[in-house]
Design a protein around this ligand. Structure first.
Ligand SMILES: NC(=O)C1=CN([C@@H]2O[C@H](COP(=O)(O)OP(=O)(O)OC[C@H]3O[C@@H](n4cnc5c(N)ncnc54)[C@H](O)[C@@H]3O)[C@@H](O)[C@H]2O)[C@@H](O)CC1
Ligand SMILES: [K+]
Length: 290
């Protein structure tokens, strides 16, 4: 009797040991690689993430790149980067909407920050490319004297710069305007949209099928990481990512939007060090279609 009980206890112990062994082995062979891959993807998401063969940089890495480019070691100035950014957007406009004898209007809507600065530069280059640009610049920042200087340069080139109360909506007319350059907000936009920009976005949204939008770096109202977060949201016909595409570009519908990268101010080695794509710009081009 007692020997039967003993063997039952023995069997139970063996079964428990087998189960424990099975659990341990499955942890080693299944869960460890899974955990490792989750950890790796979390770490890489912090720096860059894969979008098929195209790599996008996180907002955190984009900010770090900015700091390095304009830091003491590399020594770019904001003005230099803005000039190249604006030039690349003008080139994208020229590529997608070449000026015609009867129609060469472009409306540039500029915001108060550096995205707006890119728009002011873009307007000057468009004028040199043979367009009739008009800038709507409702909120002018006095943060740096530089924005004022960009406006003076536009005066010098006879490019109208409209203030908040002027009639800008007359330019939302497909008979005279080839496209609208959205240089309102870039990667520093924080929802919710404040006035007068909420109303401006509503107006642009209403006409975006007939007057196509060219977005500078980030379409206004999109979150740099999460994409279109505001309603209504702009769907640009042309999207020009500056330096490198940010995660919001994962929300681009290729059937509706042509995507370019521009802002050609990074040597290949720098891109490699930071683990993002070394864009293969051709010849003197400032933009590359992705
Ligand atoms: N190295 C780079 O990547 C470069 C970036 N540049 C441009 O700089 C942009 C970023 O510039 P900034 O950091 O000045 O920021 P933004 O130009 O994106 O926006 C900043 C302004 O938006 C306002 N704002 C933010 N959220 C708002 C809301 N909900 N309603 C109303 N106003 C709001 C802020 O008060 C501030 O005046 C980029 O997207 C890019 O276009 C280029 O100029 C130069 C090179
Ligand atoms: K924008």
């Amino acid at each position: 009797m007692s020997s039967r009980r003993g063997s039952r206890v023995y069997n139970c112990v063996v079964v428990v040991i087998c189960i424990a062994l099975f659990i341990r082995l499955s942890v080693i062979f299944c869960w460890t690689p899974y955990c490792k891959s989750v950890l790796q993807s979390t770490l890489s998401n912090d720096h860059s993430s894969n979008m098929s063969s195209l790599r996008v940089v996180s907002s955190k890495l984009a900010a770090q790149i900015d700091q390095e480019l304009m830091g003491p070691k590399i020594g770019f100035t904001l003005q230099q980067l803005m000039e190249l950014a604006g030039l690349s957007v003008a080139e994208a406009v020229q590529r997608e909407f070449p000026p015609a004898a009867t129609r060469k209007g472009v409306l540039i809507v500029a915001g108060p920050g550096n995205n707006g600065g890119d728009g002011l530069v873009c307007a000057r280059h468009l004028k040199l490319f043979g367009y009739d640009p008009v800038v709507y610049y409702p909120k002018r920042s006095s943060r740096t004297e530089f924005y004022g200087q960009l406006v003076k340069q536009l005066d010098f080139f006879n490019v109208p710069v409209l203030s908040e109360t002027e009639n800008w909506t007359q330019y939302l007319n497909p008979d005279r305007t080839l496209c609208v350059v959205d240089a309102i907000f870039g990667f520093s936009f924080k929802p919710p949209m404040r006035e007068p920009f909420a109303e401006i976005i509503k107006r642009l949204h209403a006409v975006q099928e007939s007057v196509p939008i060219v977005a500078v770096d980030i379409p206004t109202g999109w979150d740099v990481d999460a994409g279109p977060v505001e309603k209504p949201h702009l769907t640009p016909k042309v999207f020009v990512s500056l330096t490198a595409p940010k995660p919001c570009t994962n929300h681009i519908d290729p059937a509706k939007t042509v995507h370019y990268v521009g802002g050609r101010f990074i040597p290949q080695e720098f891109a490699q060090q930071h683990g993002f794509e070394q864009f293969d710009y051709k010849g003197v081009n400032q933009i590359l279609k992705l």
